[in-house]
Design a protein around this ligand. Structure first.
Ligand code: ZN
Length: 214
């Protein structure tokens, strides 16, 4: 039974790390690896098309292999934004698998019961931690934003009215909509965390960045 038949309205993603492992069986070398990950992590069409062209020029058969796999299932550009998850691999599952490694070898009922209790106590301890937070955003995300806010100072912003801004650096340019909380780079929509371009606007306008995490 196909995944799309079981859950027709749910987006189905493939783990890019596993796609790369299949690509690597025939196309080895750093060049293939670097271009593959650039294709996979590109969230806007300009970058995506640029790296696709590089792969085509390197080896048209390698590009065809990726095309046959269905880029919409493992390339960030095609991901739907509602999940607010821009992850291209299934590391989260691997971490959970490691978390229940011992239990996986238990008899079925003991396994389910032990996993249930283990997950329950973990959720409870995380909730206790969250109750003591002084802000609405997770500390890790806040730390990431503070660091990025400093790095985005190289971007030049121009106000366009109605919450719209043009944000440029060298030959690169993006349009940020602060009211809709979007940027043409698509990073903000996909992850829910403001991109460098939105952060450049917030820095320029002295805005509170915690208001803009979706
Ligand atoms: Zn952006």
């Amino acid at each position: 039974m196909l995944f799309s038949n079981c859950l027709p309205k749910v987006e189905h993603r493939l783990c890019a790390r596993h796609v790369y492992a299949n690509l690597r069986k025939k196309w080895k070398g750093l060049q293939y690896r670097d271009i593959f990950w650039r294709i996979v992590k590109s969230s806007n069409k300009v970058d995506y098309n640029k790296y696709i062209k590089e792969m085509q020029e390197l080896d048209i058969a390698a590009w065809q292999f990726l095309e046959n796999k269905g880029p919409k299932h493992f390339c960030r550009l095609f991901f739907q934004a509602y999940a607010k998850c821009d992850s291209v691999d299934n590391n989260m599952d691997e971490i959970f698998n490691a978390f229940i490694l011992v239990e996986r070898f238990m008899p079925i009922w003991t396994m389910l019961d032990t996993i249930f209790k283990k997950v329950m106590t973990r959720v409870a301890s995380r909730k206790q931690m969250a109750d003591h937070l002084r802000q609405d955003i997770c500390p890790m995300i806040l730390k990431k934003l503070e660091k990025a806010k400093d790095l985005c100072r190289w971007w030049h912003t121009s106000r366009g009215g109605n919450g719209m801004y043009s944000v440029t650096h060298g030959s690169q340019g993006f349009v940020v909509d602060m009211l809709a909380k979007t940027c043409t780079c698509k990073v903000w929509e996909l992850s829910g965390i403001p991109c460098y371009h939105a952060l450049a606007v917030m820095r320029e306008e002295n805005m509170d960045l915690t208001r803009f995490v979706r």
